[in-house]
Design a protein around this ligand. Structure first.
Ligand SMILES: C[S@@+](CC[C@H](N)C(=O)[O-])C[C@H]1O[C@@H](n2cnc3c(N)ncnc32)[C@H](O)[C@@H]1O
Length: 275
């Protein structure tokens, strides 16, 4: 079946899985999720705004080439305070949890800016953390000012819906394969070496600039999906940006539901399926 682009406002008050399976929904994730039935998804990839709090209009200049360093200083990354950010993340995660099957897992990703808050909120809502997995970026953007370390990692928190969940999927043979490839290790380590999205994979806008500041690498989603789902499973990405989750899910024969508020990302996601 072809991937569909659906306008949230055209969906019924009570949405069924058939209405939205294998589609990209253009709309607000809270509005859409509240209309979906409970306990329908097997895995969730949760990649919310980072709330970087860069001062408005301030841009970092790479002095050596005098180009602007792109960062997620987009309006979707703006919140008035930590309280507002926490409230937003809490509301979204509460709804996500309701949609998860009892043994479903969630992967939440973030940087030092937001991941600690997300971890606390996950625990407060009753999720049970299984691991953190460190994504080590083999090609990070250097901190040229030398005022702090170059930030070369993002943290993934992998959690089950409830403390008692025992039948969640962990395809450990893949976990071992990733560690062997990254470190020559026979045991499944919680560190993954993956470059940031680049080259052909990186989506560009009409001016040839990066379309999205935080597009995730397909290899990251490939590992997440292989290790924690089986073919035919349903994956939810409530803030899907450029659609990385769905593109990789389809390739690996999993189903997906993606929701994204920004029209330009939704359109680019759809095109991505036909590249
Ligand atoms: C960190 S990015 C996700 C990037 C994505 N994983 C990718 O690979 O391209 C977060 C996304 O959340 C979207 N977003 C923010 N608030 C939203 C909301 N209430 N509903 C749906 N999407 C939202 C933003 O537009 C942004 O594209």
């Amino acid at each position: 079946m072809n991937v569909r682009l659906i306008e949230a406002r055209e969906l019924p008050e009570k949405i069924s899985i058939d209405d939205v399976i294998d589609s990209i929904i253009h709309g607000d994730c809270l509005d859409v999720m509240r209309r979906l039935p409970s306990e329908i998804v097997d895995m969730v990839f949760f990649d919310p705004p980072y709330f970087l709090q860069l001062p408005k209009n301030k841009r970092l200049i790479r002095w050596y080439v005098k180009t602007v360093v792109e960062s997620p200083e987009e309006h979707w990354d703006m919140f008035s305070s930590w309280e507002e950010y926490d409230r937003f993340i809490t509301d979204v995660l509460r709804e996500v949890r309701r949609l998860m099957k009892p043994d479903a897992t969630i992967w939440a990703i973030g940087t030092y800016h937001n991941i600690y808050r997300i971890g606390k909120i996950l625990q407060d809502l009753g999720f049970w953390i299984l691991n953190d997995v460190i994504w080590f970026k083999t090609n990070p953007m250097p901190n040229w000012l030398n005022v702090r370390f170059t930030n070369a990692t993002e943290t993934l928190i992998w959690a089950v819906r409830d403390k008692g969940s025992k039948k969640y999927i962990f395809n450990h043979e893949y976990a071992r394969e990733f560690s062997m490839r990254d470190f020559g290790s026979k045991i499944s380590l919680n560190v993954w070496r993956i470059p940031i999205s680049r080259g052909e994979e990186r989506l560009k806008d009409e001016n040839g600039k990066r379309l999205h500041p935080t597009q995730k690498p397909e290899e990251l989603l490939r590992r997440i999906i292989l290790v924690s789902t089986n073919p035919g499973d349903l994956i939810l990405d409530p803030m899907s940006g450029t659609g990385t989750t769905g593109v990789v899910a389809r390739r690996l024969r999993r189903h997906f539901i993606m929701i994204e508020r920004e029209e330009r990302y939704v359109r680019a996601s759809l095109k991505r399926f036909h590249r």
